[in-house]
Ligand binder design. Structure first.
Ligand code: ADE
Length: 320
């Protein structure tokens, strides 16, 4: 691992299998921005086996990004080359040859991030519905569907999202990858409402280094983190399961922010002493039991992603 030894990241040799010429990308607009990164929408000419233009997402760095962020982007590139699953975002190519910015070319997800999609869907229902019992009311048509292109969310769809994400995560567990930043903001929604796990910048191979240390700087998703990650910087598939429990909570609340009113400084103590978010009003008891099982203090007591997948499959079959 050259990076660990030298602390310096050089752009490795371009990979001919994936290299895509920058001049075949027509950048159209910014889709999202982070502290150091940016996702752009672009048209890619003759990418993969697709003749003509294909709408793609291009992940790149901002000018003030440093070596650390470049390392994360290149690490995401290496990981995405290795993964292939319907619920994981697909890499289409990359532009890494010197003389321009590093671009990861990724499949475009037409509905954007799941968090934003969930929040947009709220406007379809009256505030009253959200505050009282959205999961029940959502399945019934309301009179507020005037706007075109309205996204209609049903309880079964929520379960389907959870099931799809569990499937993608079960695959990542199988290939020994730990995501470390699982949250609704990092799930993309593609056409046919297919969930795609994305943002692999923090993902690590658990065989490469079996404990993961939090970066000294950079945004840390405290409210999605398992207690052992907060205290000991330990990240495993079981800490991903904890985050998945928070993600289910985000789904049920249509994209609310977890632990409302709780400052991050007090969270660890609260969790250690048994505090957990209460059952959202619209959440079934059975679904709440699932999220609570993800929040077992003992990582070994948490379910695996394949167990979670089977659970959701059954719930979907039962037409909850
Ligand atoms: N926002 C971030 N990544 C995206 C992608 N791949 N497709 C659509 N919107 C995005």
């Amino acid at each position: 691992n050259v990076t660990a030894i030298t602390g310096f990241v050089s752009r490795t040799e371009p990979d001919p299998k994936w290299e895509f010429p920058r001049n075949q990308l027509k950048i159209e607009q910014t889709l999202g921005e982070g502290e150091f990164g940016r996702v752009l929408r672009a048209q890619a000419l003759n990418i993969g086996n697709q003749p003509g233009y294909t709408t793609v997402a291009v992940k790149t760095l901002k000018d003030d990004a440093g070596e650390r962020e470049l390392a994360d982007l290149l690490s995401e590139y290496q990981l995405l080359k290795e993964v292939s699953h319907p619920n994981i975002i697909k890499l289409l190519g990359a532009s890494t040859v010197p003389g321009g910015p590093v671009y990861l070319v990724i499949e475009f997800a037409e509905h954007g991030s799941l968090r934003n999609y969930l929040r947009r869907s709220r406007h379809l229902h009256t505030d009253l519905h959200i505050q009282t019992n959205p999961m029940q009311n959502l399945s019934q048509p309301t009179e507020h569907y005037d706007e075109p292109k309205i996204c209609d969310i049903t309880p079964n769809e929520i379960l389907s999202f959870a099931w799809q994400i569990a499937n993608g995560m079960a695959y990542l567990s199988d290939i020994k990858l730990v995501h470390r930043d699982l949250a609704a903001r990092n799930i993309l929604l593609a056409s046919e409402k297919v969930c795609k796990i994305s943002d692999f910048g923090l993902t690590r191979d658990i065989y490469q280094d079996d404990a993961y240390f939090k970066r000294s700087k950079g945004r840390v998703p405290i409210k999605w983190m398992a207690p052992e990650s907060l205290s000991d910087h330990v990240y495993t598939n079981k800490s991903d399961v904890w985050s998945f429990g928070i993600l289910i909570w985000e789904l049920v609340t249509l994209g609310a922010s977890p632990y409302p009113g709780i400052v991050v400084q007090s969270l660890f103590h609260l969790l250690k002493t048994g505090y957990r978010m209460e059952r959202p009003e619209n959440c079934s008891v059975i679904l709440y039991k699932v999220m609570r099982s993800c929040w077992s203090l003992d990582p070994e007591k948490r379910p695996t992603f394949s167990e979670l997948s089977m659970k959701f499959e059954k719930m979907l079959g039962d037409k909850v």
